[in-house]
Ligand binder design. Structure first.
Ligand SMILES: *Cc1c(COP(=O)(O)O)cnc(C)c1O
Length: 407
């Protein structure tokens, strides 16, 4: 008899985006003609940078001729891309990361989901609340949790991000081994200072723990005093993995390219406390289970690092940041407490009521779709997330309608 992985039975069906879609469809049916503005799902809306499109086309043409055709590439990514990344994203900013510490993949979602599998199922995992749900669900699937009750899984150490701690979780009071952090944060838009990250790095060094740092939104950091990479913090190379993606920074959500940094100093331990290189373990896992990102996509990603590509990506990020700033400004003017919206495409808004009630009000009275914070964890109950991924005209119109609806 074929038996299932029983851990999957513990998973809570995520109704968040399907619930939103249902409510939106019902509203649309009852109000035909009303155009709904979607500031909900975290997907980009603007075209790929021209430099990427050109490189993408040229690489497709190479594939069309026997003499320049590419078959399987190296699983970890082509050297041209790994070197461009190490140089452009790290060395140029004074962070010491080498090309052979970069693992190119088809998404930070898969990487942040898969990384946990190289560690024991006995490790204690610390995960923020609210959170990008991938970190939790993959640990449930792996069997690191007990059952679900009152919005949380037994066995996970939840790190609350609340108004009281400025949406930067405090260090846990009990020992943990694997720590997930994400800055600029999805969903809250909060950013962490170097000093705040240093506390986590120091904690991990002291406790032989490991940090999985999700930096998918690093390009949105404009404040020069804020770190864009955890490797700007001293000691982080010993205890931190960093996930990055071209999705939000260069509009690659539908093109698919990302990478994970695994410094050679990072160690994990055997039962007898013998140190094992995490880079070696991940290399083994990645080369066994993954067969590289397509050649044209890696060429398109490489073009991000050209002078033309850098200017275009900067413009793209500024465009969304301008939307975010507008959203935060308007919501604050209406008297709502906000975090994010600066150095982040997301604004996290204290709706002063439960988040689904506020969601329904914005939908039915303003025709605007946001994301209810409760979908990201128990600490999101009073909040909504508004995304800056839309046209400026739509953002202005949405804020105008919200103002009228709430007046
Ligand atoms: C969008 C996002 C990612 C990126 O996912 P890809 O699979 O690279 O598209 C990773 N982490 C967070 C928190 C995100 O919001």
């Amino acid at each position: 008899m074929i038996k299932i992985n029983e851990n999957y039975q513990k998973l809570q069906a995520s109704y968040l985006f399907s619930d939103i879609a249902k409510r939106v469809a019902a509203y649309q049916e009852a109000n035909s003609g009303q155009n709904i503005i979607k500031l909900g799902i975290g997907d980009v809306t603007r075209a790929l940078p021209d430099a990427c499109v050109k490189a993408f086309h040229a690489a497709v043409d190479e594939m069309a001729s026997d003499s320049s055709f590419h078959g399987y590439g190296p699983e970890q990514g082509y050297d041209f891309l790994r070197e461009a990344i190490a140089q452009g994203d790290f060395q140029a900013r004074g962070a010491n990361v080498e090309a052979d510490e970069i693992f190119v993949s088809d998404g930070a979602k898969c990487d942040s989901a898969n990384f946990q599998e190289i560690f024991s199922t006995d490790v204690t995992v610390a995960i923020p609340d609210p959170v990008y749900p991938v970190y939790i669900d993959t640990n449930v699937m792996a069997g690191r949790t007990g059952d679900w009750s009152e919005g949380r899984y037994a066995g996970i150490v939840y790190l609350d991000a609340t108004k009281e701690n400025g949406f930067i979780p405090d260090l846990p009071s009990e020992p943990v081994d694997l720590i997930y952090l994400c800055f600029p944060n999805n969903p809250t838009g909060a950013t962490a200072t170097k000093a705040q990250l240093k506390q986590w790095v120091d904690y991990a060094r002291k406790n032989k723990a490991l940090i999985l740092f999700d930096a998918a939104y690093e390009a949105f950091v404009q404040d020069r005093s804020l770190p864009r990479s955890i490797y700007e913090v001293e000691g982080a190379r010993e205890v931190a993995i960093e996930f990055r993606s071209f999705s939000k920074t260069a509009g690659f959500t539908g093109t698919r390219c990302a990478y994970t940094v695994v410094p050679k100093e990072c160690m994990a331990y055997t039962e007898s406390a013998e140190a094992v290189s995490v880079n070696t373990l991940w290399n083994r896992r990645h080369t066994t289970k993954f067969n590289s990102v397509s050649y044209p996509v890696q060429r398109a990603a490489e073009a991000v690092y050209s002078a033309e590509g850098q200017a275009q990506v900067k413009e793209l990020v500024s465009f969304y940041l301008n939307n975010a700033k507008y959203i935060r400004g308007k919501m604050e003017a209406l008297g709502f407490g906000c975090i994010g919206g600066e150095n982040s495409p997301y604004t996290w808004i204290d709706g002063k009521s439960d988040s689904w009630t506020f969601f329904d009000k914005l939908l039915s009275e303003a025709g605007v779709v946001c994301t209810p914070g409760a979908g990201f964890g128990t600490c999101g109950e009073r909040y909504i997330r508004i995304s800056a991924f839309n046209s400026f005209e739509n953002v202005v119109e949405a804020m105008d309608r919200i103002k009228k609806a709430l007046a």
